[in-house]
Write a protein that binds this ligand. Structure first.
Ligand code: MG
Length: 446
C-alpha cells in the first residue's frame, strides 16, 4: 500500500483527507522523529485548512513534539522557517489541486521535503499503526509565531541584488489567486520598489475567482491588465505559491518550459555549474547546458528528486517545467516568489521579458495518456525490450527514447491506471508523430 504521491498526500477534504488521517500521518511522523524535537506547522488558504491543521497539531503534541503554529503561508515560506527555526515541518496544502482538495507535506529539518526513503518508513508506521504516544507529562507544548512570512520575504531580498531592482520601479500585476501567496508576493514586490496592482489577493479558500492551478485560460484578467496598465510583467501563483507563472510586457503567457530554460541561461551567465531537471523537461535545458559547457543531470519526476540531486551535486540551478524553480542561494525547494524576484533582477539589467523568452531555442511538445490495467508492469517490459535493442534510452523514470530530432517519454502514473506519453521535437508535426509512436509502443504491450 502507498500513502505518499509525487508531492505528499492529497485527496478530497473530509472524505479522503480526514482529521483522523492527518492525525495518524503526523503521529507516524512523530514516532519516526523519535518522539522529540520541534515541528513548525502551517497551511495554505483552503477552507478545510484550519480543521486539518488542528488535527496535525494534536497528532504532533500527542507524539511529544513541541509545535510552532506558523499560521497561513506559502509552502516555501514554511520550508524557509523550518530550516532556520525547527527540526521538521508540516504543511497542510493541496498546492494547485481544485478547491475541494487538501493534503499534507512533511518537511525535513533542512527545509527540503522528506526523502522517498523516509516516506517509506513513515508509511510503514502509518499502515501498521505502530505510533508511539508520549506519556501524559511529556505531551508537547504549542507556541505561535506569525513572523514566518516576513522572514521569508527578507530572505528573498537578501538572496538577490535588490538595489538594482528598486532603481527600476517596475510596474507589476500580481494574481495570487486567493491563495497563500496573497500574504507574501504583493508585500515582497512593494519592498522591491515595484508599483503593484494585486488581484485575487484576499485570502479565501473558496477560490471565488479561479482554480488554484495557474493555467493561462484562467488568467485572462491578469493578461488584460498587463496590457491595459502597460505593466512590465504579470505574475500568478498556484494555491501554495511554490510555483509562479509569468506574462510578458505584451500580456503574453510565457510557457513554463521556456521560463525554466531562460532562467537556467541567465543563472549560467552569472555562475557556471551543474543544472538539474526531471526527465520530463524540455530539451531546451540540454541546449542551454551545452551552450554554457556545463553538465545537465536528469532526475526522476518530482521536485524532491530535483532538490536532493541539486544538494548532492552543489548545482547552481534546477527546476521543473511547471513553474517550479529552485534557487540554491535561497533554499532547496520550489519557490514562486523567489522566481519572481530573480526575474526582476534579470529585467533590471535592461532585458524585456519577451526578449528573454525569445532567447531560448524553440521546441514543440505533445502529450497524451493511455489507459491500462498495470501501467508499471507494462513500462517495465518496454524498458527491458528497448534496452536489448540498443536504442539511446534513459530509464531514470519510465522510458525516455532519444531520437536525432527529439524524444518521447513513456511513464506510468503513480496513482492512476494510466501511462503518460510526452514527446518533443523541433516541429509540431514531428512532436505529434513521436507521441503517436509512443502510444503505439504502449498499445503493442497493453
Ligand atoms: Mg504548489
Amino acid at each position: 500500500m502507498k500513502l505518499f504521491g509525487t508531492n505528499g498526500v492529497r485527496g478530497i477534504a473530509n472524505e479522503y483527507m480526514t482529521p483522523q488521517m492527518v492525525m495518524d500521518i503526523v503521529r507516524s511522523f512523530g514516532t519516526f522523529m523519535g518522539n522529540k524535537g520541534t515541528v513548525a506547522i502551517g497551511r495554505d488558504t483552503r477552507i478545510s485548512g484550519e480543521m486539518l491543521k488542528a488535527a496535525a497539531i494534536a497528532g504532533a503534541l500527542s507524539s511529544g513534539l513541541t509545535v510552532i503554529d506558523v499560521g497561513i503561508g506559502p509552502t516555501p515560506s514554511i520550508q524557509y522557517y523550518v530550516r532556520h527555526h525547527a527540526d521538521a515541518g508540516i504543511v497542510i496544502t493541496a498546492s494547485h489541486n481544485p478547491r475541494e482538495y487538501n493534503g499534507i507535506k512533511l518537511i525535513d529539518g533542512d527545509g527540503t521535503e522528506i526523502s522517498r526513503e523516509d516516506e517509506k518508513k513513515i508509511e510503514q508506521i502509518y499502515f501498521t499503526k505502530e505510533f508511539k504516544s508520549a506519556p501524559w507529562q511529556y505531551t508537547g507544548d504549542l507556541r505561535h509565531d506569525l513572523n514566518a512570512n516576513d522572514l521569508y520575504i527578507k530572505g528573498i531580498i537578501n538572496a538577490i541584488n535588490a538595489d538594482v531592482v528598486r532603481e527600476k520601479k517596475f510596474k507589476i500585476i500580481a494574481d495570487t489567486g486567493c491563495g497563500a501567496g496573497s500574504l507574501t508576493l504583493p508585500f515582497l514586490l512593494r519592498q522591491l520598489g515595484c508599483e503593484v496592482i494585486s488581484i485575487n489577493a484576499q485570502v479565501d479558500g473558496t477560490f471565488p475567482s479561479r482554480n488554484p492551478e495557474p493555467t493561462p485560460d484562467v488568467l485572462t484578467q491578469l493578461s488584460e491588465l498587463v496590457i491595459k496598465e502597460k505593466a512590465d510583467m504579470g505574475v500568478a501563483h498556484d494555491g501554495d505559491a511554490d510555483r509562479a507563472v509569468f506574462f510578458d510586457e505584451n500580456g503574453k503567457f510565457i510557457d513554463e518550459e521556456v521560463l525554466l530554460a531562460m532562467m537556467a541561461k541567465y543563472v549560467l551567465e552569472q555562475k557556471k555549474g551543474t543544472i538539474v531537471t526531471p526527465v520530463s523537461s524540455s530539451q531546451r535545458m540540454l541546449d542551454i547546458a551545452k551552450e554554457a559547457n556545463v553538465d545537465l543531470i536528469w532526475t526522476a519526476v518530482g521536485s524532491i528528486n530535483v532538490a536532493r540531486k541539486m544538494m548532492e551535486l552543489k548545482a547552481v540551478f534546477g527546476g521543473e517545467g511547471n513553474g517550479g524553480l529552485i534557487f540554491p542561494e535561497h533554499q532547496y525547494c520550489r519557490d514562486g516568489a523567489m522566481s519572481c524576484a530573480k526575474l526582476l533582477e534579470i529585467m533590471a539589467s535592461g532585458k524585456k521579458l519577451s526578449e528573454m523568452a525569445m532567447s531560448v531555442p524553440v521546441y514543440f511538445n505533445s502529450k497524451t495518456k493511455v489507459e491500462c490495467h498495470e501501467p508499471k508492469k507494462i513500462v517495465e517490459k518496454i524498458k527491458e525490450d528497448i534496452i536489448l535493442k540498443n536504442i539511446k534510452v534513459d530509464t531514470t523514470d519510465g522510458v525516455k527514447i532519444w531520437y536525432e530530432d527529439g524524444w518521447v517519454l513513456i511513464r506510468p502514473s503513480g496513482t492512476e491506471p494510466i501511462i503518460r506519453i510526452f514527446a518533443e521535437s523541433r516541429t509540431k508535426e514531428r512532436a505529434m508523430e513521436l507521441m503517436n509512436e509512443g502510444v503505439q509502443v504502449v498499445k503493442n504491450y497493453g
